[in-house]
Design a protein. Structure first.
Length: 170
């Protein structure tokens, strides 16, 4: 955006809209942590210190409305925030979504994915962690999913699974 400070930059056509709002990390100007918020009405917002100068939409992927989602059972004290963590499998690709936090305790794995939603190999995937880049670590053998961030507080305050996808083992 060459001038102004509006965070809304586009509206998706109806066929490309998600069933609910999705929050995900994106790369913005000069490597700054950015966030993309996709509303179910199609409104697209990008925000961070450098979002108006440059926001990459590369690798943004999610299933559209009508996709069947399955809730993840959160473990070790993690709890859902706004949208419960869930997964969907479409064409051999696993999509994760939802938001969670850990109000107290030590971060451990937050879910065990069912066999159908596990990857063939360990996955290290960038996530959004309370205005920081976070990382998900997904283990194929037992399906355990861990979240990490440069600061433990960022991951435990808010971790979003929005926009995360990987190939299913099968």
């Amino acid at each position: 955006q060459s001038t102004g400070s509006q965070m809304e930059f586009a509206v998706l056509p109806k066929a490309a809209r998600p069933a609910h709002n999705i929050l995900m990390s994106v790369y913005t100007f000069d490597g700054a942590v950015g966030a993309l918020l996709i509303f179910s009405n199609g409104d697209l917002y990008a925000f961070s210190a450098g979002a108006t100068q440059y926001t990459s939409l590369a690798s943004v992927a999610y299933p559209v409305a009508g996709t069947t989602w399955h809730r993840l059972t959160l473990l070790n004290g993690w709890r859902p925030v706004q949208f419960p963590p869930s997964y969907a499998i479409v064409g051999g690709v696993v999509y994760l979504d939802g938001e969670m936090d850990l109000p107290a305790g030590t971060p451990e794995y937050f879910a065990a994915l069912p066999k159908a939603a596990r990857p063939a190999n360990e996955q290290l995937i960038t996530s959004y962690a309370d205005e920081n880049f976070g990382e998900l670590d997904i283990l194929p053998a037992n399906g355990w999913v861990f979240t990490e961030s440069p600061t433990t507080a960022a991951a435990t305050n808010l971790t979003s699974l929005g926009g995360i996808s990987y190939p299913a083992k099968s």
